[in-house]
Design a protein around this ligand. Structure first.
Ligand code: ITT
Length: 199
């Protein structure tokens, strides 16, 4: 069994990405690791993820293959807000704050985006995924995390929080970026075997 570490403080993101690996690339096991994560301010999630990965390489002794993901919700009517500030905005004004900002908005279009930076032991490669959708009028559903209760992906009428993880993975920004990463690993890479015999 080969291993790739996922540097994240967010258990839900870890569950989503590791389940996609389990379904499509069984030879790789995703392990969660919490390391200090340093973020630059940028409108680009790709640049934020790339910088965070470079920071780990340049400032820690961690050298195992790893991924780091940056995701965000970009709302048209709010000119892309909260975007790269999604974590902070979720913690402060939260879902109800976003709904309040959009109380009179007819244009409810939004994008969820994900950028995954992958350190393969030699270099960093970045993969992106996005899903279009709309912001619901009120929160619905209990699955998932973050802004899931107010995001309805295109071609469905459920919010992400009304979908179990497997169903969310059919549509999500994170699943799309992860599938590109899996394709890349499957066709390009022979990661070193793990020395962990417990597998
Ligand atoms: P890391 O440690 O991996 O950085 P994080 O929670 O800070 O975890 P992000 O910066 O990638 O993750 O995402 C920022 C916020 O955007 C996150 O805290 C959620 O509130 C929201 N978010 C991201 N992906 C989401 C998803 O799939 N569904 C709902 N909300 C999401």
């Amino acid at each position: 069994m080969r291993e790739i570490f996922f540097v994240t403080g967010n258990y839900h993101k870890f569950k989503e990405i590791s389940s996609i690996f389990r379904d499509s690339l069984r030879s790789i096991k995703i392990k969660r690791v919490k390391l200090r994560k340093v973020e630059i301010q940028s409108d680009s999630l790709e640049k934020i993820a790339q910088f965070a990965a470079e920071w780990i390489i340049n400032h820690t002794n961690f050298r195992e293959p790893f991924i780091i993901e940056d995701a965000g919700l970009f709302i048209d009517e709010l000119r892309g807000f909260p975007g790269p500030y999604s974590h902070y905005v979720y913690k402060t004004i939260g879902i109800n704050g976003i709904l309040e900002l959009m109380r009179t908005s007819e244009n409810r279009n939004a994008l969820f985006k994900s950028a995954i930076a992958f350190w393969d032991g030699n270099k960093i490669v970045v993969f992106s995924g996005q899903v279009e959708g709309t912001i619901s009028l009120e929160p619905r559903g209990t699955f998932g995390f973050g802004f899931d209760p107010i995001f309805i992906p295109q071609n469905t009428n459920k919010t992400f929080a009304e979908m179990k993880m497997q169903e969310k993975n059919l549509y999500s920004h994170r699943a799309k970026a992860t599938k590109k990463l899996i394709e890349y690993i499957a066709s390009n890479l022979f990661l070193p075997e793990s020395t962990d015999s417990t597998g």
